[in-house]
Ligand binder design. Structure first.
Ligand code: MLT
Ligand code: ZN
Length: 449
């Protein structure tokens, strides 16, 4: 019996895909930069089926690439070549919201938007939000410790995770979905798996905390002269108890987004940089936001919206960046974190490391200094050199080479820029203990030994 026959016996014939056309959508990531051929795609629908699939692959020493919504941007969810691609999309059960605990249990394949709607229907909210909400799934969001636009208020994905169920590389199931609210009994395995990028275990179910409903909201799109002035707006906005998001983008991104979406100019004049501030509170935060912006000399101009349609219109200038860039080409896409006191210097220095003729589009999460560096029109032979130069600049300024997208395949070779040799050795020891044969997501996170 072949491995494929064994997998069919576990998940059913129709959930083992071997045909090239059927596999194709699973074999390339959202950026179109990372792709590889999977031996087959297998789509289990329960933790026990995932465990059986893992045991079958382990018995034959066949590596597994784990995939959720395939919205990743670092090649972490697509095969390098020859792996069984294990799609978690069918683990999409959403249990009723536990109102007393303020928590919910959800399958790893539940899409973020579905969780958000589910929480809202129960009078709660989920604390993470990001532009890929309709595609990204919870398992991948936890595995990469995704961030998004609400980190300023609720933290990243790891701050939302209360418990988990996961399958280890030998098929063992770990279930720790509802641990006691306070529990100091040793290693925190939940947090260990957050950000582990599928290299230690396959997350199948998650217990997530919910937050109170956001309340009335107001959004400001603010034009400023440069990054330094954007930071002045952020500094002022920190006094707002209702601050819920602080984002940045620049003139080059705005012009791409406007052309892509046929959008009008957001402000009467053009500015080199733009900040989005969102406030949500128990009472309407609009007046407080408008007053604050009027008191900040660095604000060049601002558009403020309190109604849902107006807010969405302003957010579109920020949230359409990824799509607009992708429509313009396959960028070198680097998600980095820069200490705020180095942000202006780094933004200025990026121009020096980008090849002549390339277009650099910067945007991201201003509150954390989380820049999304997208460089278009880089000839393929120069991609590695450009990546090295940008990540080197970030490391030299005390930043991180991966802020919220993960390391994936894209940045594995540069892990040493953010982690010491001792840290990488410790991480490798953990990997070797939990996955001695290296079957889970090979090539992801770690550079080849
Ligand atoms: C975003 O903040 O919109 C995402 O991280 C996507 C991206 O970086 O392209
Ligand atoms: Zn982002």
């Amino acid at each position: 019996m072949t491995l494929e026959d064994g997998l069919r016996a576990i998940v059913g014939d129709s959930h083992v895909l071997v045909d090239g056309d059927l596999k194709a959508a699973f074999e390339v990531d959202w950026t179109r930069r990372f792709h590889g051929t999977a031996r087959c795609v297998v789509r289990p629908s329960s933790t026990s089926d995932v465990a059986a699939v893992v045991r079958a692959c382990a018995a034959e020493g066949v590596p597994i690439t784990v995939q959720g919504g395939n919205s990743g941007l670092v090649g972490g969810g697509v095969p390098a070549g020859g792996e069984v691609l294990l799609s978690l999309a069918r683990l999409a059960d959403l249990e009723p919201v536990d109102r007393v605990a303020g928590q919910v249990t959800a399958g790893a394949g539940v899409r973020l938007e579905a969780l958000q709607q589910h929480a809202r229907a129960a009078g709660m909210e989920f604390g993470v939000d990001l532009a890929a909400r309709s595609q990204a799934t919870l398992g991948g969001l936890v595995a990469t410790n995704a961030g998004g636009i609400r980190v300023v208020r609720y933290g990243s994905m790891r701050a939302q995770v209360v418990g988990f169920e996961a399958v280890l590389a030998d098929g063992t199931v770990l279930t720790r979905l509802t641990p006691p609210a306070k529990d100091n009994t040793g290693y925190d395995l939940t947090q260990l798996l957050c950000g582990s990028e599928g290299t230690l275990a396959i997350l199948t179910r998650l217990r997530l905390r919910l937050v109170p409903p956001a309340g009335p909201a107001a959004v400001a799109l603010v034009g400023v002269s440069d990054t330094t002035d954007a930071l002045a707006v952020l500094a002022a906005a920190r006094s707002l108890s209702a601050l819920a998001a602080a984002e940045i983008f620049y003139a080059a991104g705005l012009s791409l987004v406007r052309a892509y979406g046929s959008l009008p100019a957001p402000l009467a004049a053009e500015f080199p940089a733009y900040v989005i501030i969102e406030c949500t509170g128990r009472t309407d935060p609009t007046d407080e936001l408008v007053e604050l912006l009027a008191s900040v000399p660095e604000v060049g101009d601002a558009a403020v919206a309190a109604d849902a349609a107006g807010r969405a219109r302003l957010w579109a200038y920020r949230e359409t960046h990824t799509e607009a860039i992708s429509a313009a080409g396959v960028p070198v896409k680097l998600d980095v974190c820069v200490p705020l006191d180095r942000l202006s210097t780094v933004v200025a220095s990026l121009a020096d490391v980008v090849p002549t003729g390339a277009r650099t589009i910067l945007f991201g999460h201003l509150n954390e200094g989380n820049l999304h560096v997208n460089i278009l029109d880089v000839p393929e032979p120069e991609v590695e050199k450009v990546t090295e130069a940008v990540l080197g600049l970030i490391a030299a300024n005390g930043g991180s080479i991966s802020s919220e997208h993960g390391v994936g395949r894209a940045k594995a070779a540069w892990l040493h820029l953010s982690r010491t040799p001792a840290e990488i050795a410790a991480m490798r020891s953990i990997k070797a203990a939990l996955d001695p044969a290296g079957l889970l997501n090979p090539g992801v996170l770690f550079p080849p030994a």
